[in-house]
Structures are given as C-alpha cells and as structure tokens.
Design a protein around this ligand. Structure first.
Ligand code: PEP
Length: 254
C-alpha cells in the first residue's frame, strides 16, 4: 500500500504543541531548524498563542512555518479571550488548525462552527488545517466512513482550495494513546476523503493534502506516512521535542 496519487503532493508535517510550552521551549525550535536541512516536506509548528510571535521570530531565516491552534470565526469584536485569524497572521502565523477533536469536545465546536473558522482563516490568508475523526464508539459501531464523510462535507468551506486548505484525519481514540489504526483502515478513510474531495472540487480535489494524525512517532512514521493518499502528518506529543519531530520527518528521507 503505497502512495499512488498521480499528482505529486509535497507532504506537510505539522506539530501541535497544544497547551504546552513556555518561552524556554523555543530552544527546541533552534534545534529543529538546525536539523531541518533540505526537508522533503513542508514543516509547521503550532505553538500556544502566547508563543506564536516569538516562534515566528525564532524560525526566521528557515523554512519552518508557524501556525495557530484555533481562531475565532469573526474578524474582531467583543469576544474576551479569543483570537482572530488576522491576529495570528499579524503575529507571524501562516496556518491555523481548526476543528481539532479537543476543541470539538472541550468547547462544543460543531461542524458549522469549524467551517466558519476555516472561512475566517482563509479570508485572513492563513492555510486552514481542518481536523476530522471518529470516536472509538463510532468506529466500533461501524460508522467511521459515514461520520468522516459528514464532517468533511460540513466542516469544509466552498471557498477551500488545495493550496489553502489541508485536511487532517485524526481518529479521536488514537490521539495521545499510542494506538493507531491499521494501515488498511487509514487507506480506507483517506481514500474516501479523496473521493469526496474530487466529487466536490473536481480536479483540485486530487491535490489537497490529507494528513494522518494520532500517535505518530519516529518508530511508526515510515509505516504510516507512505500509505496511499497520506500526504503528511499532524503530530501532537512527538512534536514537543525536536529530536522526535526530526525522527518523524526522517520518514521522507530516501
Ligand atoms: C493531535 O492531538 O493532533 C495528535 C495527533 O496528538 P498525538 O500525536 O499526541 O497523538
């Protein structure tokens, strides 16, 4: 099961630091930059909002991109504690994750909200990384494909384009657990997503980057990241240490 796409898609390996990291953690960015070399993948780190500007400064002069983990769906206004897409852009971000399962669960974000956030990101010139994924119960009930198709349909804006929008398939039960789906299960879900994108966006549907996320580590990256229609990874825990993250990127070395 290898990547059989006829469209060459440059992979994206994105790290999500979640609610981890103080300014001292930027030392990891220095180590990451030193190890990047001519990475065969685009590389993005999404730190907590407090570190976006400092990380963008630390990444300057390298190919490393910096992103946010969430944005508000509106451009500005009375929304205490929230951050707009334009603010992330202004702080040096070039992308933002929307609809991560932790946001969907902790903050009750629906597909409709996620779609509005993705639209806000695109309007602010940020790449939107839209997350979808089933729970363990949904998988056990045989509802995975129906669920993912629905999330994809309803969370993706019509204005999405392969250059500006990335989809991350993250089974909720695989996040932070050390568990991963079988290669066949990943290929099945990514194949479904590719088909649905091609139906909705025509030829451009074949060019969207489809990331796999959920317990990706240096030890399993090679097995997971060369599957059909897997065009990179969204990495949580293993993105916090430069050595681990570089170990995942090594999956793209010859
Ligand atoms: C995530 O939360 O996006 C994620 C994939 O986490 P982890 O790699 O730690 O499973």
């Amino acid at each position: 099961m290898t990547n059989k796409s006829t469209h060459p898609i440059k992979p994206l390996v994105a790290g999500n630091w979640k609610m981890n990291g103080l300014r001292a953690s930027l030392a990891e960015i220095t180590r990451l930059k030193a190890g990047l070399g001519d990475a065969a993948a685009d590389v993005l780190i999404c730190p907590p909002a407090t570190l976006v500007a400092a990380m963008a400064d630390a990444a300057a002069g390298s190919t490393l991109m910096v992103g946010g983990q969430d944005c508000h769906q509106l451009a500005a206004g009375a929304h205490t504690g929230d951050i707009s897409a334009a603010m992330l852009r202004d702080a040096g971000a070039s992308a933002v994750i929307v609809g991560h399962s932790e946001r969907r669960t902790d903050h009750g974000e629906t597909d409709l909200v996620v779609r509005s956030k993705a639209e806000a990101a695109l309007r602010a010139d940020l790449v939107a990384i839209i997350c979808v994924g089933e729970t363990a119960d949904q998988r056990k009930a045989g509802r995975t494909l129906e669920l993912i198709a629905g999330q994809l349909e309803n969370s993706m804006p019509d204005m999405a384009h392969s250059a500006t929008t990335v989809i991350a398939y993250e089974p909720v039960w695989a996040i932070g657990t050390g568990l991963t789906p079988t290669p066949a299960d990943i290929v099945e879900v990514h194949g479904l997503m590719r088909d649905r994108l091609a139906q909705r966006f025509g030829g451009d549907g074949h060019a969207f980057r489809l990331l796999y996320g959920g317990s990706v580590k240096p030890a399993n990256a090679r097995d997971l990241l060369h599957l059909a229609n897997v065009n990179g990874a969204l990495v949580g825990g293993a993105s916090l240490k430069a050595d681990d993250f570089l170990g995942i990127l090594a999956a793209y070395h010859a």
